[in-house]
Design a protein around this ligand. Structure first.
Ligand code: AMP
Length: 229
């Protein structure tokens, strides 16, 4: 069981990196606070209504709202049994401290990406509305194109269009990067002091081999050399 945090600026590839980890640890639960909030906005829940204004302005949703949300998620039996990848949480030092009171974290993975790469990634990203599979109009289009900005999802076969997230505009992006700069430093120091921080140069995490990922997340290679058998 592993409890991981995947941390980095918006567009660092936290979702993609989490998906790669899930290929190695298939039962680990991926918890993205951004995804949970967006689902709540779509369903017009009380939580969604509270979060929407902040998100559309590129600001953080108040700490207590997201901390309560995470507390509930981490109680789920599958999370308790197999561990989790937290993506998008913590975003403030208070969230990090609250998380330490809730559970133990094994590794804090800091994804580092140059700013110009981030911009291209964010302004080009989209996902399948059926299964959530992630794509990028510049770097990672679905294989089968069926029209202008229309494809078949590689993962589930649904028809998809290039549609940006509501908060993926250039203006909101600048704001979100500023918010990240401001809040990330104390969080990084907090986990560095705990001795669980690991830096991952993440210009293209898709290029990392299985062995490299296993080394990063400290999972042992179980395949033994055949000459020893
Ligand atoms: P993300 O999908 O992680 O980029 O998050 C999108 C937006 O959701 C952020 O810009 C925030 O408005 C909100 N959000 C996500 N996670 C958090 C968090 N841990 N604390 C506060 N706001 C959050």
């Amino acid at each position: 069981m592993k409890n991981l945090i995947v941390f980095g600026p918006p567009g660092a590839g936290k979702g993609t990196f989490s998906a790669i980890i899930q290929q190695i640890l298939p039962n680990i639960v991926h918890i993205s606070t951004g995804d949970i909030l967006r689902k709540n906005i779509k369903k017009k829940t009380f939580l969604g209504l509270k979060a929407e204004e902040y998100m559309n302005r590129g600001e953080l949703v108040p700490d207590q709202v997201v901390i309560d949300m995470i507390r509930e998620k981490l109680k789920k039996p599958k999370v308790q049994k197999y561990g989790f990848i937290l993506d998008g949480f913590p975003r403030t030092l208070d969230q990090a401290k609250a998380l330490s009171d809730i559970t133990k974290i094994d590794l804090f993975l800091l994804l580092e990406v140059p700013r110009d790469v981030i911009k291209k990634r964010i302004l080009g990203r989209f996902s399948c509305s059926e299964c959530g599979w992630l794509y990028n109009i510049y770097t990672l289009q679905p294989k089968e194109k069926i029209g202008k900005n229309k494809w078949i999802c590689d993962n589930c076969g649904a028809e998809i269009e290039f549609q940006q997230r509501d908060d993926d505009t250039e203006e909101t992006l600048e704001k979100r990067l500023d918010v990240y700069e401001e809040n990330s430093k104390p969080i990084i120091i907090y986990y560095e002091n705990k001795g669980i921080l690991k830096r991952v140069y993440a210009q293209n995490t898709l290029d990392l081999s299985e062995e490299e990922i296993k080394e990063i997340i400290e999972v042992e290679n179980t395949t033994s050399p055949s000459c020893l058998s």
